[in-house]
Design a protein around this ligand. Sequence first.
Ligand SMILES: C[S@@+](CC[C@H](N)C(=O)[O-])C[C@H]1O[C@@H](n2cnc3c(N)ncnc32)[C@H](O)[C@@H]1O
Length: 286
Amino acid sequence: MSTAEPIRYAADWLELREPADARARSRELLSPLTAHLAHASSAAGGTAVHDLGCGTGSMGRWLAARLPGPQRWVLHDRDPELLALAGAGMPDTAADGAPVTVRTRQSDVTRLRAADLAGASLVTASALLDLLTADEVDAFAARCVQARCPALLALSVVGKVDLDPADPLDAELTDAFNAHQRRVTDGRRLLGPDAPGAAARAFRLRGAEVHSRPSPWRLGAGEEGLLRRWLTDWVAAAVEQRPELAPHADAYLRRRLRSCAAGGLRAVVHHSDLLAIPAAPGGTPA
Ligand SMILES: C[S@@+](CC[C@H](N)C(=O)[O-])C[C@H]1O[C@@H](n2cnc3c(N)ncnc32)[C@H](O)[C@@H]1O
């Protein structure tokens, strides 16, 4: 039985990060994805995409307009308020002007069954994998492979941050933040930055072809709002994990925010995007 309330994501945070997310997402993965979909999608029904943990719909807004042909999106999230925003904010046309339709489904994506993906052409998830456990990622890969459905898993944190100028506390805060991401919550050990590797292994083990590309946020002058919010949350998570860091971390954050306000701070927050294409019955990618 669940004891902890699930973490809720603020719509304004997802909105603030959406432009940086859009710039970071790997365009290179679109070629193998569109080639696969052109081959696999039914001409009549078009492409059926399930976006898991859709938040306010950032992934769909980015991807729907880059895929050709009619699309039917099913947006999944456990948060009904985010789901309503996502449903209302999707584009209604594809890259070539074909129609895009949208349905929303309030659900816990860790309980996804193979039947939930019946008829799916593609599963997407963005900034979600780090919130799952090893068993959940493994089960998710198994469901996709069972359904012979490719998965585009975008913007997974990899546990690396580069700040310019560097500060002696950067490494310690990074370690504490990563430990926070790997915490046990409600009896579940989250994967945090280990998620992209775990997902790649789970898909490869089941014969899928896996493509992985870096998708870093590159934040600098002009993005002070996002930089300030990310930095504040990053330090807070590190201190929640290691409270003894608080005195140094407070001074660090003040220094960093001053430098950010003066336009003198840059950050690269590393992520990775992964495309997994299950093998066709004969053994080659479907
Ligand atoms: C970091 S946000 C990312 C949102 C969106 N994909 C994006 O890229 O902006 C994670 C989202 O996953 C949802 N989420 C987390 N765990 C979930 C679960 N087990 N079932 C359904 N939704 C979940 C949260 O409600 C939140 O909307």
